[in-house]
Design a protein around this ligand. Structure first.
Ligand SMILES: CC(C)(COP(=O)(O)OP(=O)(O)OC[C@H]1O[C@@H](n2cnc3c(N)ncnc32)[C@H](O)[C@@H]1OP(=O)(O)O)[C@@H](O)C(=O)NCCC(=O)NCCS
Length: 240
């Protein structure tokens, strides 16, 4: 399915996404558009026989936003990246019973992940099958379990996944969710608290997390710990 990439191509082919969704998907390299860049990306996508191109746009650039619109890009998400320096003040407590997940926990955590992330671009863009979008988040939990860390709480009421980049000293909260019936009782706080402790103990000097501007609950949760906005970008999908 893959094609050799030209270094000067305006985008990259995404083999994993293409395999997972069953059609060819690419991603634009640049975060800004000019009329020439738009022509180049559309020509590249056509030559590559892509069905979908992801575009993470610099939302500050008016020309980019206007050209994305006229170029047929569909706005799907305003992504917000939040960051907190470590150690964070006041070492927040982990939820009681916060622990690394085991293989026995995975089915229950995957069941939560299938329904918890509906505020994301793969659900909002209905050209992606909702079933495959749900599978994507279950797959994400499995991947993080294999290559990073997944933590849970008693009764598998929620999870948080953490990555450590030792080279840069940056930690990342990947996915976090609480089962719908258990929300609003402080578990989200306990999961973030546990994640920050783990990432701090792993030597991270900064922790980052991405969420959607529309996800008020998640933003309030991170803000309560002192996370502050570091970056924002507009995400588009261009379908062919
Ligand atoms: C975000 C989430 C993990 C919070 O879990 P939770 O157990 O309900 O969290 P808590 O009880 O600790 O509350 C956390 C904060 O969210 C706020 N909150 C919860 N639901 C909210 C809602 N629907 N709207 C606005 N704020 C909400 C709470 O008021 C609290 O803020 P506060 O400290 O200012 O009072 C949960 O809503 C969830 O699983 N959402 C779906 C998955 C998701 O969006 N994950 C984040 C992106 S990966």
């Amino acid at each position: 399915m893959s094609t050799p990439e030209r270094e000067d191509a305006p985008g990259v082919f995404l083999p994993w996404d293409s395999e997972f969704f069953g059609f060819r998907i690419g991603r634009m390299k640049a975060s800004r558009l000019t009329p020439d860049a738009l022509r180049a990306v559309l020509a590249w996508a056509t030559a590559e026989k892509l069905r979908c191109v992801y575009f993470s746009a610099d939302a500050e650039c008016a020309e980019t936003l206007a050209l994305a619109h006229t170029g047929g890009f569909q706005f799907v998400d305003l992504r917000v990246d939040l960051a907190i320096p470590m150690p964070s003040a006041g070492a927040p407590p982990a939820a009681p019973g916060f622990r690394p997940a085991t293989t026995a926990d995975l089915p229950a955590l995957e069941a939560i992940s299938r329904v918890a992330h509906r505020d994301t671009r793969f659900f909002k863009d209905t050209q992606f099958s909702a079933t495959r979008a749900a599978d994507l988040y279950a797959e994400w939990i499995q991947r993080d379990f294999r290559v990073h860390r997944v933590f849970t709480v008693p009764g598998n009421a929620g999870y948080v996944t953490c990555q450590v980049d030792s080279a840069t000293g940056t930690g990342r909260i990947g996915l976090i969710a609480v089962a719908e019936s258990e929300r609003g009782r402080g578990l989200g706080h306990g999961l973030v608290g546990g994640a920050l402790r783990y990432l701090g103990e792993s030597g991270c000097r900064e922790v980052r997390v991405a969420t959607q501007a529309s996800n008020v609950a998640a933003q309030r949760l991170y803000q309560a710990f002192g996370f502050r906005t570091a970056e924002a970008s507009a995400t588009y999908h261009r379908w062919f």
